[in-house]
Each structure stands twice: as C-alpha cells, then as structure tokens.
Design a protein around this ligand. Structure first.
Ligand code: PHE
Length: 343
C-alpha cells in the first residue's frame, strides 16, 4: 500500500507539473483528489489493513493528498498570475499625452529699446514719471506755451474726446505735470509712453507711437548740459563712436530749440542711403525749457532753468535694428518678433 501511495503521488505531481492550462489542473484535481479517485479509494481499502498499520497508512494517504492539493494550488496561483500579467500587457493604455509645445515669449524690440533708454536715465539719477494718455488741452497745449490759436497745434492734430480733452500728441504734458508736482524743487524725470496723432499710416508714420520725454530742472542749467546728456545717451544707445549734432529748430515750449542728429552708424558720416547722403540722422527734438513754461508751472525763470527732450521709441528701434516699417511693431507677426530672440 505504501508503494501504491508513492506511485499515485508521483504520477499526480508529474501530471500537475505538466499541466499547462486551468482545465488540465481541474482534470488533475478530479483524477487525483475526487472521492472516486484512486487515492481516496485507498481509504475504502483500510478495512483490509492490519489495525496496527491503519494509523500509519491513513497518515500517508492524507500526506499524499495534502501534497497533491498544495501542488495544485501553487500551479493555480502561478496560472492566475500569468493570466493577470497577460491582461496587464493586453489592456495597457497609453495615458501619456505629448506636451503641447510652448514657444517662449520674445520681447518686442519696442520694449527692448524702451527699457534700454529708461535704464540709461535711471543710471543718471532720473526718475520715471507717468501721465494720462487721455489728456486735457490744458496740459497737452496750454501749459506748454501753445495757446488756442497757435499754429503749432495744426502740426499735432489729434483725436479729440471733447473740445477740452484729447489723446495726448506728445509726452511733453508730463513735463508740466512733473513741475506741478515738484512745486519749485529740482527735477530729473523721464517718461516713456504712447502718443497719438491724426496721421496717415505708412512705413514711417503711425497714428500711434511712443516717446520718451526727459526733463531736467535745476539752477544754472545750460545748453552744454543738454548736449553732454544727449551725447552720452546716444553713445550708450548707438555706440561709443557716435557723434551728435544740434540743429536750430522750433518748439513753442523750448527756447532755444534744437533737433538732434546722430552721426550715421552705417557710413560713419560719409553719406549713404541710410542717412540719405548727409551722414547724419535726425533722432530727437530738445531745447531749454521756455521761460513761459517755467513760469506757468511755478518756477521763477530768473532762478531756475532746465532742458527737455522727446525721442521716438520706434524710430530709435528702427535705426538700431534696421527695421523698415513702423507698422511691424504693432502687427504681432511672430516671424518679425522672433528675430529679437536674443535681443
Ligand atoms: N514734444 C516734442 C514732439 O513731440 C518733442 C520735444 C520734447 C521737443 C521736449 C522739445 C522738448 O515733437
């Protein structure tokens, strides 16, 4: 009997080892462990076993049964795990999504130049001032020595909100506002900002553009200070070799008034297409603050003097980068802006 049990056990373990499907395992369980199996049949034969051996054989049969049972269980667990693994692979879902590509922003050359200009004057101790774009006639014209009937108004025709309110035609009203605020004390201010003029847009004209205004008021200020300040400004912007030239001009709010030219960077002053053969390029208007302007804003012209200037931001950017059309600043064409990636 002992031998028989051993044989059944080996055969069963071998069958389980070879089983390669769940069904084969169920069949093996039926064959080796069901009530009708050969092994269980051995219990029926116990009556023929001598009583002193009954316990030993009973034990052997039970051992064989539990060994077969645990082999079946192990194999079943192995099959279940393999099946699960197969499902994981078969049902795998790709939950990753390609990231949306994000182009890093690039600064419009307008801002690059504006910030450069501001930085130059901050380093000279100037403060940044602000004023409204919707301005009153009073600040935009009257306080700048441009009374109602003054012909200079025609040159700065603009968009009126009502007869006394308009979109500012220049940043110069911030001069008057700064003087009003400083109440007779020294001033060093710059004001970058948008201005508006009724103009037909073309490559060099825009009904909206931007200026940086500058104003310095103190005692004993003369044209030499203006010249030195603007010369430094121009060299920082366009290069150390640049010269400036002051040409006599006219603005109602400065006396004397000048147009400031910079020597052409392209030809170094010899004359080329960039400077239209003259060797010089006009970049800004400036002058000594007119006594009337000082007086109207509370500064005694016998005590105080000062200079002011106004420079177009787009114009400087166009010269610096060789931009051919002022409209490019506002068109938001990414191909244009991207050229300033490293700017
Ligand atoms: N406001 C003048 C313009 O817009 C420029 C300017 C500013 C001239 C300050 C003199 C002094 O043309």
């Amino acid at each position: 009997m002992e031998e028989k049990i051993g044989l059944i056990l080996n055969e069963a373990l071998d069958a389980i080892y070879k089983a390669d499907t769940d069904i084969a395992l169920i069949e093996a369980r039926n064959k080796y462990l069901s009530k009708k199996s050969e092994l269980m049949g051995l219990f029926g034969q116990m009556k023929d076993v001598p009583s002193d051996k009954k316990a030993v054989y009973g034990q052997l049969i039970n051992d064989a049964r539990s060994k077969i049972d645990s082999a079946l269980m192990q194999k079943k667990v192995k099959f279940d795990q393999e099946a699960l693994q197969k499902r994981f692979i078969a049902e795998k879902i790709d939950i990753s999504l390609p990231a949306s590509s994000e182009d890093p922003g690039v600064r419009n050359p307008y801002y690059i130049i504006r910030d450069e200009m501001v930085a130059i004057f901050l380093a000279l101790g100037y403060e940044v001032a602000e004023g409204p774009e919707v301005e009153s006639d009073h600040y935009n014209f009257e306080l700048l020595n441009i009374p109602k009937d003054h012909p200079a108004r025609d040159m700065q025709d603009t968009f009126y909100i009502d007869p006394a309110t308009l979109l500012r035609t220049h940043t110069s009203p911030v001069q008057a506002r700064s003087m009003e605020k400083a109440q007779g004390t020294p001033i060093r201010m710059i004001c970058p900002g948008k201005v508006y003029r009724r103009d037909d847009d073309d490559a060099t004209h825009s009904h909206q553009f931007a200026q940086v205004e500058g104003l310095l008021i103190d005692k004993n200020i003369n044209l030499g200070h203006l010249q030195a300040t603007l010369s430094l400004f121009v060299r920082k912007l366009f290069g150390e070799k640049r010269e400036i030239r002051l040409r006599s001009s006219y603005f109602p709010f400065t006396e004397p008034s000048v147009e400031v030219d910079v020597s052409c960077a392209e030809c170094g002053g010899k004359g080329c297409s960039m400077c239209k053969g003259s060797g010089w390029i006009e970049i800004l208007g400036a002058g000594m603050v007119h006594p009337n302007v000082l007086r109207m804003s509370g500064y005694d012209p016998d005590v105080w003097s000062g200079f002011a200037f106004g420079v177009g931001i787009e114009r400087v950017a166009m010269l610096r980068y060789g931009i051919d059309d002022i409209r490019r600043f506002y068109q938001n064409d990414i191909r244009f802006i991207k050229q300033f990636m490293k700017g």
